[in-house]
Design a protein around this ligand. Structure first.
Ligand SMILES: C[S@@+](CC[C@H](N)C(=O)[O-])C[C@H]1O[C@@H](n2cnc3c(N)ncnc32)[C@H](O)[C@@H]1O
Length: 209
């Protein structure tokens, strides 16, 4: 494990979309514990055979964690060219996310209520909603990827949480979670449990039928 990871807020101004930006890989690594960063290489062995080009990804309880979902998208979904990220957290972490993007050299534009930027050739739009997920869920549109990390204690208090999430996941959509979802009807892929700090990692696809 590395040392503490510092997230220091700065008032970052949007510099605009830039496909030619250069990511500072050392700075990027500094936002991970060493072991977590090394474990991300395990994703290279997983083949989801996912062929969609354009996806939406829900990440409840995201905190200021932008880089885990981006690296999962990069490694597990090579065909995707566009992704809409829907981040929902009870705390407003958008300022911190803008700061860390800027720190690693990701240049973003900001319009209305969302950011746009490139991540390794993929055009990302990031929509951040400050709300408890349980309040946000009833109005949530369907999505194609669900991402969860370090949110188990909070979401275990929400009645029927997994069923609610599953019902809004598109057919052919993918659940990526470091806990739960064993009872949902998913076609799971073999996945190294080191990817979860709870030792319960699941990646599963909602059947088309
Ligand atoms: C342990 S942190 C994990 C953050 C991030 N997923 C990560 O891995 O770094 C849990 C996050 O859940 C948020 N949270 C707690 N209860 C929530 C709720 N009911 N709905 C949405 N977010 C919530 C907290 O504000 C916090 O950012």
């Amino acid at each position: 494990m590395g040392t503490m990871i510092a997230y220091d807020y700065r008032n970052v101004k949007a510099k605009g979309l830039n496909k030619e930006q250069v990511i500072d890989e050392e700075k990027l690594k500094s936002y991970f514990f060493d072991e977590d960063f090394e474990n991300l290489a395990l994703l290279d062995k997983i083949n989801l055979n996912y062929t969609f080009l354009d996806v939406s990804l829900l990440y409840p309880g995201c905190g200021a964690d932008i880089f885990f979902p981006l690296i999962y998208l990069e490694k597990l979904f090579p065909t995707i060219t566009k992704a809409k990220l829907i981040f929902v957290d009870s705390e407003d972490n958008l300022g911190l996310i803008k700061t860390v993007l800027d720190e690693v050299g990701v240049s973003f534009s900001e319009k209305d209520d969302y950011l746009s930027f490139y991540w390794k050739e993929k055009l990302i739009t990031l929509h951040f909603f400050t709300s408890p997920i349980e309040d946000y869920l009833p109005n949530l549109e369907n999505f194609s990827i669900y991402f969860e990390k370090a949110f188990r204690i909070m979401r275990d208090r929400i009645p029927n949480y997994e069923k609610k999430i599953y019902s809004k996941l598109n057919k052919g959509g993918v659940i990526i979670s470091d806990t739960g979802f064993e009872e949902m009807n998913l076609s799971t892929v073999a996945v190294p449990l080191e990817l979860s700090s709870y030792g319960e990692m699941i990646i599963g696809i909602k059947e088309e039928k």
